[in-house]
Design a protein around this ligand. Sequence first.
Ligand code: ADP
Ligand code: MG
Length: 694
Amino acid sequence: MTTTHRPFVLDPLFRSIGVLSGVGPKYLKLYEKLLGGTKLLDLLFHKPVQMVIRHPVPDVAHANFGETVIVKVTIDKHTLPPRRSQPYHIRARDVTGFIDLVFFNAQGKWIEAQFPLNKEVTICGKIEDFRGQKQIIHPEPIEDASKDANEIIYPLTAGLTTKPLRKAIHAALDQAPALPEWLDDTQKALQKWPDWKTSITELHNPKTPKDLEPSTRARIRLAYDELLANQLTLAIVRMKQKKLNGRIFPVNGKLRQKLMKSLPWQLTPYQTEVLDEIDEDMASKNRMLRLLQGDVGSGKTIVAALAMMNAIDSGAQAAFMAPTEILARQHAETLRPHLESIGIHFVTLTGRDKGKIKQEILDDISSGKAKIVIGTHALFQEGVEFADLGLAVIDEQHRFGVHQRLQLSGKGKGVDILVMTATPIPRTLALTAYGDMDISRITGKPPGRKPVDTRLLPQDQVEDMIQRLGDQIKKGVRIYWVCPLVEESEILDLAAAEERYLILQQLFGDKVGLIHGRMKPKDKDDVMGKFSRGEISILVATTVIEVGVNVPEATVMIIEHAERFGLAQLHQLRGRVGRGGDQSYCFLVYAAPLGETAKERLKTLRSTEDGFIIAEKDLELRGSGEVLGTKQSGLENFRLADVAAHGDLLLSARQDAVLFLYKDPDLESPRGQALRTLLYLFERDQAISYLRSG
Ligand code: ADP
Ligand code: MG
């Protein structure tokens, strides 16, 4: 029998952290904040990051400055602070010398109980040098020195300290079951990988700092598990999607040729190459599941339009979906002249369309009168019926996930899917997010683009720059002014932008506009419209604005606190300018002094405009977890694997998943059953439901 629910063996791992003794509702909240979940499993997946070696020393004389020591002392004297704001001091001694123990904001009662006068106590802490005198700030009283050997440090959150966290993790470990083995026997034996329970236990019990590196057997096995779950899910999605046969669309039909002829320029070789790949997919009986990667302005949209012609030439419809309202409308405006000139009826549909207007649009879609539908998520809501959807183009800017792609393809039988993304992703990351798709890349830009002149500018020169803007504005130059995220808070973020807006407004009056993510779509459109028509010269924006906006006349991009942005993000922002024929500029305003990584980032940005090179560098500099702001991006957020370090594992997990599914597509063999357990372990219940469907 096959498992269609979460196997019972996993139950202990899915219990709430609240079942542990000492974890009440308040702590549970903290755990949720720290771990992003409240299951015992979330605790187990919380990796230690550092290890402090504790040196047991025979006496105070052997306790060296800078070392974390364990030493037995006698409590000599308590000195209460004269004021609460001052520290509490204890003098500890042995025959070889003294150590001053210092406590801030300490509870007197607790201290007196833990460090009783004239008694011997074993303490642990780092020996600091206070004017030549040994001191420990917040020493830890130790009961059993052999048990508390080295201190293992975990990422924490305010209100949650190491000790209770470690205790909870070890309690969770005690409850962890042995799991059926889902790895291939031969591979496991060759690599000498431990089983799951041993690995997770070793993860939390490092003996030396080396055990914390991503290259230990336990770490590698755990990372492999996670990557395998990821790749297996994608392979299942792909298998199911491919099972729906695609349609055979003859390519290069009438409308396609007409559109091609109407273009005022030639396709670049890169565009031609990817269009050939798309044509081949569409013409074959296999479904197209293709990702088109290419920098902002590399000319993806027109490639997509040409692909849509294949569907329309066969009497089918095409949908073009954008992540936001602004972008949907912008795509519609970009495509309008092309489509109208060859007489193609298209409609737009976004969440804003209501009532009678919406009904008319829906009727056009269901009758087949609309050949192309451009819109937002609204396109795959219920009530939207296509007469005959043949191709779905999804411009996703990282916001749609696998599930949403599946939803859309449910709108028609065997719909061909073309996903476009303007954020170049390193190859390894692309596999984790889009491993269910074939990948095409446009690596160059249309001819005639001048490189954006990119300059670094220290914050204290901003005033001077503002003075010079006046002349530029008179000349009609259009400027984006981006204010950064402040500690990931949209509200503070907004405050910074509003402040900048007010300052600029005082100087340049109504030539200045403000746009941010909390504005109503209509107000955003209004501001964008004004900027686009040149009624506004400076557009102050938070990063939450849609980065896809296209105002070819804009030639200056100013980014404040550029050091706080990731490389990919800076690259995206810079891509807003340099879209017309005029020389464009990008000013990276930074607060000195710059850290090493920030320096490297800004230098990279100055040295190249190739998004793929920048993406690889970003991965190298930041590690996979942070690339592209993974949280918002819809990219995988791995907990055990580190794609920067485990890239080769990813490739082997991919191969493993694909080969295995080929042999056992329903995951029914013993290993197949164990792999189901793996999928449930990583909460890929969805993958199992895909298995069952169709
Ligand atoms: P993307 O969708 O990749 O951001 P677009 O398709 O919007 O890029 O193209 C950016 C600009 O380049 C558009 O104004 C488009 O008309 C123009 N363009 C596209 N392809 C070419 C080409 N082969 N030669 C010249 N200009 C082009
Ligand atoms: Mg575009």
